[in-house]
Write a protein that binds this ligand. Structure first.
Ligand SMILES: Nc1ncnc2c1ncn2[C@@H]1O[C@H](COP(=O)(O)OP(=O)(O)O)[C@@H](O)[C@H]1O
Ligand SMILES: Nc1ccn([C@H]2C[C@H](O)[C@@H](COP(=O)(O)OP(=O)(O)O)O2)c(=O)n1
Length: 239
């Protein structure tokens, strides 16, 4: 029995959804509020794509791409306030957000041998998170951590998602490129992971008309209800 002074439970929160639905922002916010780790699994696929492009590997050569990624050291920081990622000892934190990576990443994410490797690494990170973790991606609720305590499918209308991405990327990316990054990429990514319909036990949250704080509050309420424990924020404040 705990003393009641501190939350002793370990909590795993899994969030899936399409591009621009707000997964990263919400997952980071929930992790901050609950003092949990944060895992951006999309960043791992982006790092794999960065490495393959850097080494000049043809992404159509699925075996060569998988061999390269499998052999690479991959370090990802799970502190929600200090996100960073390195592959093959190269810091790619900023580079993985470049439009050329966004345009290519689905080709790596639909490589089933790469997925097998990265899913194993994601499970190990989740298992190693002492107090718990908020992990987000496309297949966390269904494949990576189907036994998570809280499972959320975060959705939003395509128009809203494109608009958010456009605001985020600003002038440096054309409207056509933003639509490609959101709509075409989701169509490609949907061929290997189901993030359009909720699996059994997964709660759908529609963020179209909710602000970020509203989304975070809904997920915190699910965490409270799911554990039967009042989960006290360890770090109240900004989302
Ligand atoms: N509920 C929301 N309402 C409005 N904008 C949001 C909301 N959630 C996130 N955003 C913004 O939308 C953009 C995409 O959010 P992000 O968390 O990166 O989505 P995802 O990880 O699902 O692709 C970011 O600029 C973010 O600040
Ligand atoms: N668990 C995951 C996470 C991401 N992916 C894919 C889907 C995307 O095309 C890339 C990058 O994911 P990311 O979450 O960074 O994408 P967004 O730009 O936030 O929409 O990886 C995946 O297939 N499975």
């Amino acid at each position: 029995m705990g003393t009641g002074q501190e939350a002793t439970i370990r909590l795993v929160v899994a969030i899936d959804g399409p591009s621009g639905s707000g997964k990263s922002s919400a997952a980071r916010g929930v992790a901050r509020r609950l003092g949990l780790a944060f895992l951006d699994t999309g960043a791992m696929y982006r790092a794999g794509a960065w490495l393959a492009l850097d080494r000049g590997v043809d992404l159509a050569d699925t075996e060569a791409t998988a061999r390269l990624v499998r052999a690479a050291r991959l370090d990802i920081v799970t502190d929600p306030d200090a996100f960073a990622i390195a592959i093959a000892d190269i810091d790619v934190t900023a580079a993985i957000r470049e439009p050329r990576i966004s345009a290519a990443v689905s080709r790596v994410a639909t490589n089933l041998a790469v997925r097998e490797d990265l899913i194993a690494r994601q499970r190990a990170i989740i298992a190693g998170a002492e107090r718990g973790i908020v992990a987000e991606g496309r297949d966390i609720t269904t494949v990576v951590a189907p036994d998570a305590d809280v499972r959320v499918l975060l959705v939003a209308d395509a128009d809203a998602r494109v608009r958010r991405r456009h605001t985020e990327l600003g002038q440096r990316v054309s409207a056509a490129d933003v639509t490609d990054q959101v709509v075409r990429r989701d169509a490609d990514d949907s061929t290997v992971a189901n993030f359009t319909t909720a699996a059994d036990g997964v709660t759908v949250i529609d963020s179209t008309a909710l602000d970020l704080a509203g989304v975070i509050d809904r997920i915190l309420a699910l965490a409270d209800a799911g554990t039967g424990t009042e989960i006290r924020p360890s770090r109240p404040g900004r989302p």
